[in-house]
Design a protein around this ligand. Structure first.
Ligand SMILES: Nc1ncnc2c1ncn2[C@@H]1O[C@H](COP(=O)(O)OP(=O)(O)OP(=O)(O)O)[C@@H](O)[C@H]1O
Ligand SMILES: [Mg+2]
Length: 247
């Protein structure tokens, strides 16, 4: 005699859907890791190409035609390096390796790349080096990448003969880096979007430069701000604690 039956139904559609999402997430993460290691492998030979092209450029100083070709190799290698470094920083989880470093040394690391770009664009670049006693505890590679991103944007915002000025000031416990240009400037609705990943107004831009820069400054517990007037120019400021993260 059957007295009754219990029927237990469970809807597992949601579980299956989550499993599928997890799989595609894992695939994406694996792809990201692979891209990061390929990018890493590309950067070393790229550094060699840039280095030798610089030597070539030096040796060809009084031969305008071949000099121009060497100049193109340097510029191409620098561009590739910039894009790859940004992608790498984006793809990998960020870990800070902090050391004490004078702000002037940070500026010195960026000088050559920015001067090259400024001179190609006919933009007048001035870097005001602070005294060696002004120093900072930070991951200098990351902060240098942030400075390069801001410096390159500033140069790209300028017409020939406009100016970019990089300087540093300090407060008792922090250092403030200023990247100022007299370029095109931005209306408020554009300023509101500049830190969004993939926001770009440039043909061929990735739109990752500023979102990465902000990620780097956030990781350091610092602040980044922007003030801009259309037709007059833009100033980005970065404030970082002298003693580094969380101290
Ligand atoms: N100094 C500046 N003056 C005027 N506009 C700027 C300035 N800096 C950034 N922008 C605006 O913000 C946008 C986003 O900048 P971001 O550096 O993130 O990307 P991108 O420069 O367009 O591309 P990428 O950095 O990959 O070359 C730029 O496309 C530009 O419209
Ligand atoms: Mg940029």
């Amino acid at each position: 005699n059957i007295l009754g039956a219990i029927c237990n139904l469970r809807d597992i559609t949601e579980i299956r859907r989550l499993e599928k999402r997890l799989q595609s997430h894992e695939r994406l993460a694996a792809l990201g890791e692979m891209a990061a290691s390929v990018a890493h492998e590309i950067r070393n030979p790229l550094g060699t190409i840039e280095g030798f092209a610089r030597l070539l450029r030096r040796d060809l100083a009084d031969m305008p035609a071949p000099l121009q070709l060497a100049e193109r190799i340097v510029a191409g290698a620098q561009n590739l390096n910039y894009v790859i470094t940004n992608l790498l920083t984006y793809a990998r989880p960020m870990r800070l390796m902090t050391t004490d470093i004078p702000v002037a040394t940070l500026f010195e690391y960026c000088r050559e790349t920015l001067e090259d770009r400024a001179s190609r664009a006919n933009v007048s670049l001035t870097i005001e080096f602070p005294s060696p006693s002004m120093s900072l505890r930070c991951d200098h590679r990351q902060v240098m990448q942030a400075l390069l991103n801001l410096g390159i944007n500033a140069i790209e915002a300028c017409q020939p003969s406009q100016t970019v000025h990089i300087s540093a000031t300090q407060r008792p416990a922090s250092v403030i880096l200023h990247i100022r240009d007299t370029g095109c400037g931005m209306p408020p609705d554009q300023v509101a979007k500049v830190f969004d990943p993939f926001f770009t107004t440039k043909e061929g831009g990735t739109g990752l430069g500023l979102s990465l820069t902000r990620k780097i400054i956030d990781m350091h517990g610092g602040d980044i701000a922007v003030a801009s007037v259309p037709g007059e120019g833009t100033e980005f400021t970065i404030e970082l604690a002298k003693k580094g993260v969380g101290e």
